[in-house]
Ligand binder design. Structure first.
Ligand SMILES: [Zn+2]
Ligand SMILES: [Zn+2]
Length: 98
């Protein structure tokens, strides 16, 4: 009756939300600010990403044969990384028999 709905939805801590927005993490790849960004540490370097797409773009190794991003375990042959057994065999096979 006397209490309006608006008062309920305007709590005293409304100002705190603005403070928190200053803390918004920023993607190191695309520069997008996103409150659910995450960090990945690789080789002592920590980077912040807003999406796995950006993380893969920056951190995933590249297949030595087909140049695609390796987002699975990959296969290492003679110091080179491959996305799949097919690529590893193709490349390793030609080198071994050359
Ligand atoms: Zn991004
Ligand atoms: Zn490949």
């Amino acid at each position: 009756m006397g209490v309006s709905v608006a008062e309920k939805y305007l709590p005293a801590n409304a100002g705190r939300l603005e403070e928190r927005s200053d803390f918004m993490p920023k993607c190191d790849v695309c520069g997008n600010e996103y409150d659910k960004a995450f960090q990945i540490t690789q080789g002592g370097k920590t980077l912040t990403f807003d999406s796995f797409e950006c993380a893969i773009h920056e951190m995933a190794p590249t297949c030595a044969h087909c140049d695609c991003k390796i987002i699975g375990h990959g296969i290492e042959v003679g110091g080179a990384l491959y996305c799949c057994a097919h690529c590893a065999q193709h490349e390793g096979g030609t080198k071994d028999r050359a």
